[in-house]
Design a protein around this ligand. Structure first.
Ligand SMILES: Cc1cc2nc3c(=O)[nH]c(=O)nc-3n(C[C@H](O)[C@H](O)[C@H](O)COP(=O)(O)OP(=O)(O)OC[C@H]3O[C@@H](n4cnc5c(N)ncnc54)[C@H](O)[C@@H]3O)c2cc1C
Length: 331
């Protein structure tokens, strides 16, 4: 059995039938197992049981930088720790990802859900993603458009592409620094350079989010729901201060943390699972939690929100069972 405790930030004591740590692309060709689960740091997964297959851990390193005219092209190994990568870029004077500082996980997993924070999404900087298809044993490159980046989603989440192992990610960054200060907490005249934006983002995150080294969690448990105008108006009638973000497609994004808070679920504890006091959207392991305790707390929170707002929350976290990913409704 392969211990998954170091590979899930919820800190759940779960195992895989087998595991392999991939440091070189060539090692992927040795994989014969047909039931596989790709993992970086396990900061976006919830195991609801042991996994009856091969855990394939991405540890492919390396970083190449080329400056062409007024931009930098960067190729990064998928196993690099994202925050180390961002820090290295800044020390080379390459800007763009500073708003994503301190998001746990690997570079290779970042395109999967098109990670985002503080007004920035990683997909906006990705030019190509290199993958190894475990079914066809083929290495190939997907363009930005082929990756189909959306709000916390991409082609890599589709069932038929779950055997695409991301080996490298290619980025393009403008050589000219232009700060992204859209997020209200970043509107500050003192934030003149990328390193001060990074430091501000880190301190905002530290205030709001639990550190998985001390409190097991996988960040935002649910996605922020998108609603139509009619639903928004109904909610606004009862909760005029509801935070709303208008989307280009005419829908409205609501802050799931606000809904959970209003439903009376911030800082609650059931058994060994709870919601974080400073950000209700984060479900935490209060120590020794079993997978079923995390699941039943999440189901309770979702039910309370639905009762009050008639909105169904959908997990952002990937739920992994004995045979692989399972949907929320299957639990
Ligand atoms: C405290 C905390 C804060 C967070 N804040 C944010 C945030 O602000 N914004 C945000 O977007 N996310 C956030 N997250 C979620 C998480 O950090 C990201 O989703 C991250 O990209 C996951 O990286 P990972 O290496 O841990 O991936 P894992 O959790 O190991 O894997 C995530 C998914 O990607 C797949 N995958 C992993 N590696 C590969 C690969 N090489 N090829 C193909 N598929 C792969 C896995 O099968 C799984 O389905 C947060 C998490 C925590 C714990």
């Amino acid at each position: 059995m392969f211990d998954l405790l170091p590979y899930n930030t919820f800190g759940l004591d779960v195992k895989a039938k087998e595991g392999i740590i991939i440091k070189q692309v060539e090692e992927l060709a040795l994989i014969k197992e047909t039931k596989t689960l790709f993992l970086g740091q396990g900061s976006d997964v919830l195991f609801v049981s042991d996994y009856d297959g091969l855990a394939v851990i991405n540890a492919i390193g390396g970083m190449d930088i080329v400056k062409i005219d007024n931009h930098y092209e960067v190729r990064a190994g998928g196993g690099l720790i994202l925050d180390d990568f961002i820090k290295s870029l800044l020390t080379y004077g390459i800007f763009g990802l500073e708003n994503l500082s301190a998001i746990p996980g690997t570079v290779g997993a970042a395109p999967v859900q098109n990670i985002g924070a503080y007004g920035c999404e990683i997909g906006d900087y990705i030019t190509e993603v290199e993958v190894y298809d475990l079914d066809t044993k083929r290495l190939f490159t997907l363009s930005h458009d082929e990756c189909q980046f959306g709000y916390r989603t991409s082609l890599f989440k589709e069932q038929k592409h779950l055997r695409y192992f991301i080996t490298h990610v290619n980025f393009s960054f403008d050589a000219q620094f232009s700060p992204n200060l859209i997020y209200p907490g970043l509107k500050d005249e003192e934030l003149k350079d990328a390193m001060s934006i990074r430091n501000r983002v880190i301190s905002l995150r530290e205030r709001k989010l639990p550190d998985p080294r001390f409190v097991g969690n996988a960040g935002s448990f649910f996605k922020n729901p998108l609603v139509d105008l009619k639903t928004l108006e109904k909610i606004r009638a009862k909760f005029p201060d509801v935070p709303v973000f208008s989307q280009d497609d005419g829908t409205y994004k609501l802050a799931a943390g606000y809904l959970i808070d209003k439903a009376g679920c911030r800082g609650i504890t059931h058994g060994h699972a709870g919601t974080w006091e400073h950000q209700a959207l984060v479900i935490v392991n209060r120590g020794q939690a079993k997978p079923h305790e995390i699941v039943s707390l999440a189901q309770y929170v979702a039910a309370e929100v639905e009762k009050l707002f008639e909105i169904k929350l959908i997990p952002e976290v990937r739920i992994i069972g004995k045979d692989g990913e399972i949907s929320w409704d299957q639990i």
